[in-house]
Design a protein around this ligand. Sequence first.
Ligand code: ADP
Ligand code: MG
Length: 266
Amino acid sequence: MARILAVTNQKGGVGKTTTAVNLSACLAECGQRVLLIDLDPQGNATTGCGVVKRGAMPTVYQVLIGRSTAAQTRLSSDFGFDVLPANRELAGAEIDLIDLGQREYRLRDALGSVREDYDFILMDCPPALNMLTVNGLVAADTVMIPMQCEYYALEGLTDLVATLKKIRANLNPRLEIEGLLRTMFDPRSTLTQQVSCELEGHFGEKVYRTIIPRNVRLAEAPSYGKPVIAFDRSSKGAQAYLLLAQEILDRRADRKRAGATTAGLG
Ligand code: ADP
Ligand code: MG
């Protein structure tokens, strides 16, 4: 049964989409069955993995309003994982959902039927705490938070953690933080180093050991409609996302072992 991860941060430009696309490709490369859901009306995750957005094709929007199912709407990318695409139409979902019942639960309910088909479902959330993000957080088991190590990052993180607490209290009691990911990292900056240390001090094990460096190949790959491992595999960016996928798989194996031990004790 898939582990459902929401890649989220209400700040724009922190590497959510880059992480969602590249991590999907790297997990697929590690033999995992992956579905990437684009929850951003900008549709950058959709184009970033080479899926062409056409007007008539159903998208996650039709899934949310109940006009299509996840199974009917998903497409295969050329990179070993499936995509639930989005386009501008999704911007209207915010308003359309107002009239529909259970509006926070629509994505969760829609994924029930495809969850068995995957090991991981990754959601690329929009840079806002709107109804689309709420649907993502309600459907998710865990959140992955990409962030740049800069001055305002920690402040933004406080807001995000408060939102996660509210979602947990009211809508999704099992929601956890999967991990915090340092993106666009520039080790030469003293401020970056300081913020990075503070983050580790505050969130400890929740901060991934893998750090994503600033790497121009990561920024270039989407214009070719490819994840970076299919564009320039030897680049630092590609290597970092491969390591991240491995770290996530190692952590999952550790959790399973710990669970088995606990069950054995009980
Ligand atoms: P978000 O989805 O959070 O808005 P994006 O993933 O779209 O952020 O990244 C914002 C911009 O930064 C994009 O142009 C992307 O190509 C670029 N970018 C993301 N990660 C990196 C990185 N590690 N190195 C260089 N450029 C990056
Ligand atoms: Mg994005």
